[in-house]
Design a protein around this ligand. Sequence first.
Ligand code: PEP
Length: 254
Amino acid sequence: MQRVPLVAGNWKMNTTVPEGLDKAAELVQAQRPEDVEVAVLPPFTHLWPMRDVLRGSGIALGAQDVFWEDAGAFTGEVSPAWLSGWCDHVLVGHSERRHLLGETDEQVHRKLARALTHRLRAIVAVGETLEERESGATLEVVHRQVDVAFAGIDAGAMARCVVAYEPVWAIGTGRTATPELAQEVCHAIRLRLARLFGDEVAGATRILYGGSVTAENAADLFAQADIDGGLVGGVSLKPAEFLQVVAAASGVRR
Ligand code: PEP
């Protein structure tokens, strides 16, 4: 099975609704390579109107998070049932949620499992902190995050899952992992997926790199054998530069 590259833009808590719709319209109008999947993950408030802007464009829509229950007394949370059928992706396990809001590996797993029952596609973010890297714990941390997130997930549902390796020290810092270092961890993630689901599933699962991806460094990162595109934060708010990152993923189908 081939892995089609994916470049997803995580807008985080940025842009008003009108600003976001304008940015989405810019992406829709631009020329894009046909061999790269593109997804935009705006704030929750933008999702429903943005669906109309993106309709027919081939650009997928994604939410930045989702809750692990469908309904109930969970003030402020967003149900995967509400997104199902019109929103393509959900991101779970972003480091800002893990580290600023205390989200645990187990909660990430519950979110993933529930999103998959609603036929949503999931981007599961994993990655080590600077302290963990410097103490030599990178692979131990990433393996644990992968193991817990995907525990008990049906192999058939893996076709709707993407893993994003995002070293925490590289997110929003301008300090990108070298292509070699990013490849080393992405390769380790693929081996871990092979242990959990077998070689075929691991070989078909897309693994993205995220952490200060720019138009300048994207091509070198995406040229690595186990990096199938990027999860892009800051640069995804600048449509012209984001489109250059998308272009850098063209031709890397594996
Ligand atoms: C992110 O938020 O997932 C991210 C990778 O951010 P940035 O590209 O700004 O480092």
